[in-house]
Write a protein that binds this ligand. Structure first.
Ligand SMILES: [Fe+2]
Length: 568
């Protein structure tokens, strides 16, 4: 039985499952080449059907990650606007009505639209609530039979934070926190206060900056903006700091009195900005740890599943693993809304249809792949000369290139689902070079110097590097590097001595594992630096994307499956 899960507004994506196994999952942005693509994921659905070799008529259920008739989202925003200023309120209502007609209410037309575009089919269409989809995206593919679940994002229909208990095939919500109390929107407000663009997903930048600051403003933020409220709740005071205000770069007097003036985009970053970022990060972490203590008390569960965009905060995740009362933690690597397409499909398979669980998510390689011939054609039509090599020559050769300082665009197998490149669409480089972070960020990826870079390492080496066993195939947790190791890995160890590793298993990605092994054989270092293969656009998807990126950017080598291109 085939079930199609859909995310359609920001981070549009489709996931196809067959009898409870993931067949395909991909974000629309990988095809449209527009980051965080918003709209119906036509091409993602095309790809899912093609990957399975089926037509839409073989789909029995289509499940959407949103209930459009819960209008809490827009209605509450409008009420908040009224509290701000009548002029803004009028503008907001205008925009709100437009958005509703174009999108939320437009969802009611999806069943018809799908049949018009993809052909006749008898599928049943389900509208599922947003946070249960997030919850399902983690718990129902986790290794746990039972678990507490916490989902946190900017907002769903009205809910921003949900606590639930997962047991067997069931996800049972036990508490919902609603707008305007939103951890995601708090972080977005800070993102904008610091002159970044939350619509471009710049929240990563705040987390990156936080490592350079001291939490000098955490008192003010925790007292006046994001405060603990009862044993398992929090509140956000949007009169002091609100992300809707931030869109116009107008902040409350109190916020600017306490934090200093908001930074305009492009303005120089100073220590004060680092300190604001560090403070927001600390307050977020403290509140989430508080929620988790409450959730643990309330449920008595030993396991924890996390999803929702806030669960991308890998520094927070590191503290959760070390400090929360839960013993084991599973974090959905596609924690943002794209992952809701997967959650919607599983919520249907288990929650609605009651099918037993057996699937566990061990990797995220669910996107398109291209064989050697397709890669060859892309190279030939770009007029690039290349060598075609068997792996026993290719892998030592690439390892040597990296060890000699080359940055390599590495393209193989199925594309990753989610925002992390995990060794199939990655830039690879030498973690031992102290200038590599600056080189990659500023010369290749054309982005801020402070963006942290992370290693992909042999799973077997985690004891050596971190002083303890660690397994994270999804690169979603930051932890401290053993002090004896820090000096030799300057490109991937953050200023505070931590790193965000991907542990690579031989079973799940044997070719990538072997490449790292080959690098270790040359250098004695069991890891390579890995960052996503893209320059100012979504991660490359096709060989043509990779070739275009190679032609326009400055890095030394490109590997497309078994073909190697060296920059002349
Ligand atoms: Fe969400």
């Amino acid at each position: 039985m085939y079930i199609l899960g859909l995310t359609t507004l920001g981070d549009a994506a489709a996931t196809l499952i067959s009898d409870g196994d993931v067949v395909a999952a991909v974000e629309e942005e990988r095809f449209s080449r527009v980051k965080h693509h918003s709209g119906f994921p036509y091409r993602a659905v095309d790809y899912c059907l093609a990957e399975a070799g089926i037509g839409i008529d073989q789909i029995e259920h289509v499940s959407l990650y949103w209930k459009p008739w819960i209008l809490g989202h827009k209605a509450r925003q409008a009420v908040r606007s009224l509290a701000i200023s009548p002029a803004m309120f009028a503008a907001r209502v205008d925009r709100g009505v437009n958005q509703i007609s174009q999108s939320y209410l437009g969802m009611l037309r999806y069943p018809r639209l799908i049949r018009e575009r993809f052909g006749p089919s008898d599928f049943k269409f389900h509208y599922l609530e947003h946070h249960p989809c997030h919850a399902a995206s983690a718990f129902l593919v986790s290794p746990f039979e039972r678990s507490a679940i916490l989902t946190m994002d900017g907002t769903g229909e009205a809910t921003t934070t949900m606590m639930a208990v997962g047991a067997g095939t069931e996800v049972r919500p036990v508490k919902r926190i609603k707008l305007p109390h939103s951890l995601g929107q708090f972080y977005s407000a800070i993102t904008n206060f610091l002159g970044f663009d939350m619509f471009a997903g710049d929240e990563w930048k705040v987390m990156g900056l936080a490592a350079y600051g001291k939490p000098e403003y955490s008192d003010f933020l925790s007292r006046r903006v994001l405060s603990i409220d009862g044993p398992d709740s929090f509140r956000v005071n949007v009169r002091v700091l609100d992300h809707h205000l931030a869109k116009r770069y107008r902040f409350s007097e109190e916020a600017e009195r306490e934090l200093g003036p908001a930074r305009r985009p492009g303005e120089e970053l100073t220590e004060r900005h680092y300190n604001i970022a560090a403070s927001a990060q600390l307050v977020l972490e403290d509140v989430v740890l508080h929620l988790l203590r409450g959730l643990h008390q309330r449920t008595g569960e030993e396991n924890l599943c996390l999803a929702g965009g806030v669960a991308f905060n890998s520094v927070m995740n590191g503290r959760i693993i070390d400090e929360s009362p839960f013993r084991r933690v599973f974090i959905q690597p596609v924690a943002g809304d794209a992952g809701c397409s997967l959650g919607a499909a599983y919520l249907t398979w288990h929650g609605l249809l009651g099918k037993p669980r057996r699937y566990r998510m061990r990797h995220a390689y669910f996107g398109p792949s291209f064989d050697s011939d397709a890669c060859r054609r892309a190279l030939q039509s770009a007029g690039l000369s290349f060598e075609t090599l068997p792996d026993d020559e290719m892998l030592p050769r690439v390892a040597r290139l990296i060890a000699d300082g080359a940055i390599v665009g590495w393209f193989q197998g199925r594309a990753e689902f989610g925002p992390r490149a995990l060794g199939n669409r990655s830039f690879l480089a030498d973690p031992r070079r102290s200038d590599m972070r600056e080189l990659l960020n500023q010369k290749v990826k054309l982005r801020e110097w402070f963006r942290p870079l992370a290693p992909s390492m042999l799973e077997e080496a985690s004891e050596e590097v971190f002083g303890r066993a660690h397994k994270d195939p999804f690169m979603i947790t930051v932890l401290d590097v053993d002090p004896s190791q820090r000096g030799r890995l300057p490109a991937v160890v953050h200023v505070d001595g931590s790193a965000r590793p991907q542990t690579v298993e031989r079973d799940t990605n044997p070719r990538y594992w072997s490449l790292i092994r080959a690098f270790e054989a040359i250098t004695g270092v069991p890891m390579v630096l890995n960052t996503s293969f893209n320059v100012q656009e979504p991660i490359v998807c096709t060989p043509e994307d990779a070739v275009r990126t190679f032609s326009n950017a400055s890095f030394e080598a490109l590997v497309l499956e078994d073909h190697l291109v060296l920059r002349a």
